[in-house]
Design a protein around this ligand. Sequence first.
Ligand SMILES: [Zn+2]
Length: 260
Amino acid sequence: MPFEFYFFLGSAFILGAVIGSFLNVCIYRIPAGESIVSPRSRCPKCGSGINWYQNIPILSYLLLGGKCASCKVHIPLRYPMVEALTGLLFVIVIYLFGFSWATPVYWLFTASLVAITFIDLDHQIIPDVISLPGIVIGFACSFGIPWVSWTDSILGILIGGGSLFLVAFLYEILTKKEGMGGGDIKLLAMLGAFLGWQAVLPIVFISSFLGSLVGVPLMLLKKADGKLAIPFGPFLAAGALIFLFWGRDLIRWYLSFFVT
Ligand SMILES: [Zn+2]
């Protein structure tokens, strides 16, 4: 591969890591209802401000040895992990979609999924301030994506929101317990907006499969009664990314069992 290619992949990683650093702020502040723009980042323990050179994604964590420069409090490993993860996702997106409109659209999409995943893991909520604008932006972006028409997007919103609503409704009738949160429904509507209705069923399949891979051992370990607070949002996000990156290959592979 030519040198320029690696240069662009490297630049995408750095951009993703910088966005990931911003996502750490969003993950921390959005559930608390705080502004994500001001004030500047501070150490949550000693309150001392964080300089630009202490705020370089991944590198600063390594240089500071994972500690606050002033009070030496331990900084969770999750911060650089979120930065590295976002960088990696940005690299995969530009590798697959190159220099097209799809790349910035899917950068935005993957970044919002990273924020949703970690907020849901921390608080078991998917903030409306991400998912609802996400539905509108996903629909607007469908006009720039050749393989998702605006009708695909509208149907994706309806089927995405509707199908999970139906599942949640049936679950409540059958078990008389509230299973799926309204946040998951709005998230699946957002996924449908970005990826089109064709993505909805595969995403539900993939995320349920991943969810049972993680959830069943957890339930056995904790000997829970089947009602365990495992947020579903991260699995939906993972399902959406798998569909975005390898969806067409997966569908072809799946169909190969039926069409020979
Ligand atoms: Zn500190």
